[in-house]
Design a protein around this ligand. Structure first.
Ligand SMILES: NC(=O)C1=CN([C@@H]2O[C@H](COP(=O)(O)OP(=O)(O)OC[C@H]3O[C@@H](n4cnc5c(N)ncnc54)[C@H](O)[C@@H]3O)[C@@H](O)[C@H]2O)C=CC1
Ligand SMILES: Nc1nc(O)c(N)c(N[C@@H]2O[C@H](COP(=O)(O)O)[C@@H](O)[C@H]2O)n1
Length: 219
């Protein structure tokens, strides 16, 4: 599977505020690029922290891009994936609105009835890992469902875990000329952090977009 992480951060590396309120960080052109990236993949993934904070739809907005997917023989919308060890995705979350197939990744210890609630809401539940979603196993199972290209939008906890498991192939980050600040505000990679063996990235592109900069790395 090919995994692309894409996010937008402030110049001080924050993805949102300390209250985890969504911030419009990208400009018009970057949102367009994100829509194109979504349209190019089989699935778009976030952690449940992002679902609970933002209630995103994770769909492709542009109808021409949707039509192009259709012409290629793909589903009109990429699937959505939520890493959600303890099945906290609300049944009325937008990711479960039926606009696209949605996989919710849960841990084995999650009670059967919680999984059933998600299935009743329309999700396909994938079980991987005992008490926390084990990403390598989960991504293998998604691949068996036909997900070969995966875009991950965040948040910082999930992105850190993907780097810790050496699962990221590409990283794109739009850096906006603003400061959000806050020691508790989510950053691009949170989790426990690395103390050694820091993942090394290779700079593959630098582009001025809107009033910010897009940095692209091979991982
Ligand atoms: N600016 C941007 O591009 C983006 C910003 N965000 C922001 O990020 C914030 C949410 O980020 P976080 O709180 O870090 O939550 P997150 O979205 O990274 O979700 C973390 C949760 O995912 C679940 N999870 C399951 N398996 C996991 C694993 N193996 N590793 C890590 N997590 C796993 C856990 O329940 C964990 O608490 C929100 O404020 C949102 O607005 C989110 C996406 C993109
Ligand atoms: N690329 C990007 N730029 C920003 O400025 C953002 N705030 C985000 N946030 C991500 O997009 C999700 C919302 O998606 P929908 O429009 O609801 O489909 C949000 O949950 C973050 O993952 N991304």
């Amino acid at each position: 599977m090919h995994v692309v992480v894409n996010a937008a951060m402030s110049a001080d590396g924050k993805l949102s505020t300390r209250r985890r309120e969504q911030v419009v960080i990208s400009g018009e052109a970057d949102f367009r690029r994100v829509d194109e990236l979504r349209a190019s993949v089989d699935a778009v993934m976030v952690g449940v922290g992002t679902v609970l904070a933002d209630n995103p739809s994770l769909t492709v907005d542009d109808s021409d891009l949707v039509a192009e997917r259709d012409q290629r023989g793909d589903s009109p919308q990429p699937a959505r994936v939520v890493a959600d060890s303890h099945a906290r995705t609300p049944p009325d979350a937008r990711v479960l609105d039926g606009a696209a197939e949605t996989y919710v990744l849960v841990a084995e210890e999650e009670p059967r009835e919680h999984r059933q609630t998600l299935e009743d809401a329309g999700a396909t539940v994938v079980v991987a890992g005992e008490n926390r979603v084990e990403l390598p196993d989960a991504l293998d199972q998604l691949e068996a469902h036909g997900v070969e290209a995966l875009m991950v939008e965040g948040g910082g906890e999930l992105i850190f875990s993907l780097f810790a498991d050496d699962l990221v192939d590409e990283l794109s980050v739009f850096v906006a000329p603003k400061i959000i600040g806050g020691r508790d505000a989510p950053t691009l990679a949170d989790g426990d952090g690395f103390v050694r063996d820091f993942p090394e990235l290779e700079l593959a592109g630098v582009e001025r977009i809107d009033d910010g900069v897009l940095l692209e790395y091979d991982c």
